[in-house]
Design a protein around this ligand. Structure first.
Ligand code: SF4
Ligand code: SF4
Length: 119
């Protein structure tokens, strides 16, 4: 399984890390480009330091206990999600329905792609 996050769309909500049963995701600093891009995201989905403007507008003022778009993770939210352990994915799809930014991509061994849809 290949798993990656479309980084400019990631709010830092940490839902993916919290729900994944096999620890695919880790939250990294938005200031550390190498760490933030240490999954298999294609170039178009890499972190360059700028969030998608539509996602930013949608989530920046939402007060739901999450640190949206914060540079660093505080253990509960903030930072940027990186799929550091995509090979472990069991395709339970829990992250796909919990991803605020609708930015998780999973490709299975038969090349079928799954994307997140926030419910
Ligand atoms: S679909 Fe894969 S990456 Fe997502 S929560 Fe389930 S095991 Fe983790
Ligand atoms: S659930 Fe989606 S938006 Fe939230 S931290 Fe994970 S990848 Fe980013």
């Amino acid at each position: 399984m290949k798993v990656w996050v479309d980084k400019p769309l990631c709010t830092g909500c940490q839902h993916c890390k919290d729900v994944c049963p096999v620890a695919v995701f880790e939250m990294k600093s938005r200031k550390d480009m190498a760490a933030a891009n240490s999954d298999v995201a294609p170039d178009a989905n890499k972190w360059t330091g700028t969030s998608n403007s539509a996602v930013l507008q949608k989530w920046k003022d939402v007060q739901d206990g999450h640190k949206h778009f914060a540079d660093e993770n505080d253990g509960t939210s903030g930072g940027i999600s990186v799929a550091v352990n995509g090979e472990a994915c069991i395709l339970c799809q829990a992250c796909l329905i919990q991803c605020e930014g609708e930015c998780i991509h999973i490709i299975d061994d038969s090349n079928t792609e799954y994307k997140s849809i926030y419910a």
